[in-house]
Design a protein around this ligand. Structure first.
Ligand code: HEM
Length: 248
């Protein structure tokens, strides 16, 4: 799948946006395949995803095509909305950030190209750092919990910041640096415990495949704009970049 997307880009001469032309279509196709959405229903799912992200109005109505997607996948509307909004975006955003980090840190890219076996730990470092600032996870305390000087009372809402945890200097020395061989690297980019991401292994595999395939097929890949022109997409629940313009 990735090779066919890259084949389609092979005759490009000018800048190409790898968010729109590689990360997003690859992630969407993978998630639709895993969830079991028919080819003809995919544009509808992507459209709903867009509506849910940008609109402040009521959620899009259930039409016959949507009902067919529910029947095909065996998922209810709430679960499908979850997949629409978060899952392909989440993966696409991590692929784009991963490519960006490696392009922004040429010494780390050089190490990865010299030692391809570092791809697994490079992906963990991408997952640690590529968590958007607005990524909050809400939980309600089931019992009173003493946390240092604070008492969290039963029923209290506690909001966790994955980004803050993943950049905790007490756990990750020099936490803001991107180091592809960081070890140990016990980040919580996939959450923790009961609600740990169901697709963590799949996502790791897809990230490893995407990052190593792109750099092996495009060894001269570089940013087409200065780093400070790369913008974060603030409309996405799970973060991401507006565009990743590159040349190769
Ligand atoms: C790199 C990509 C991904 C990241 C960083 C990620 C991250 C997360 C995080 C942080 C959670 C925990 C949410 C919580 O604690 O409330 C989660 C849950 C979940 N993720 Fe992912 N995710 C990714 C990709 C995917 C994909 C591709 C799928 C589906 C194909 C998926 C399916 C799920 C599901 C079903 C849950 C809920 C698990 C539960 O509540 O039992 N994720 N993910």
């Amino acid at each position: 799948m990735l090779d066919s997307i890259l084949d389609g880009l092979s005759d490009r001469t000018g800048p190409t946006d790898l968010c729109a032309e590689l990360a997003a279509p690859f992630a969407a196709r993978m998630v639709f395949d895993v969830v079991g959405v028919r080819e003809e229903d995919r544009p509808l799912c992507l459209h709903r995803s867009h509506l849910l992200r940008v609109s402040e109005g009521p959620p899009p109505v259930l039409d016959p095509a949507r009902i067919r997607v529910m029947a095909d996948t065996g998922q209810d509307e709430a679960t499908l909305a979850f997949f629409d909004v978060t899952e392909h975006e989440t993966l696409a955003a991590r692929i784009a950030y991963g490519l960006l980090f490696l392009l922004a840190y040429p010494d780390q890219l050089c190490r990865l190209q010299r030692t391809p076996a570092l791809i697994s730990s490079a992906v963990e470092e991408i997952l640690r750092l590529a968590v958007p600032g607005g990524s909050w996870i809400p939980r309600y305390a089931r019992e009173d919990i003493e946390f240092g000087p604070i008492l969290i009372e039963r029923g209290d809402l506690v909001v966790f910041s994955l980004q803050s945890a993943n950049r905790d200097e007490g756990v990750f020395p020099d936490a803001n640096r991107f180091l592809i061989d960081r070890s140990p690297n016990q980040h919580i980019g996939f959450g923790y415990g009961k609600y740990h991401c169901l697709a963590a292994h799949l996502s790791r595999l897809l990230l490893r495949t995407a990052i190593s395939t792109v750099f092996s097929r495009m060894p001269g890949l570089r940013l087409a704009v200065p780093l400070d022109r790369i913008e974060v997409d603030r409309t996405q629940v799970t973060g991401g970049l507006n565009a990743l313009p590159v040349v190769w």
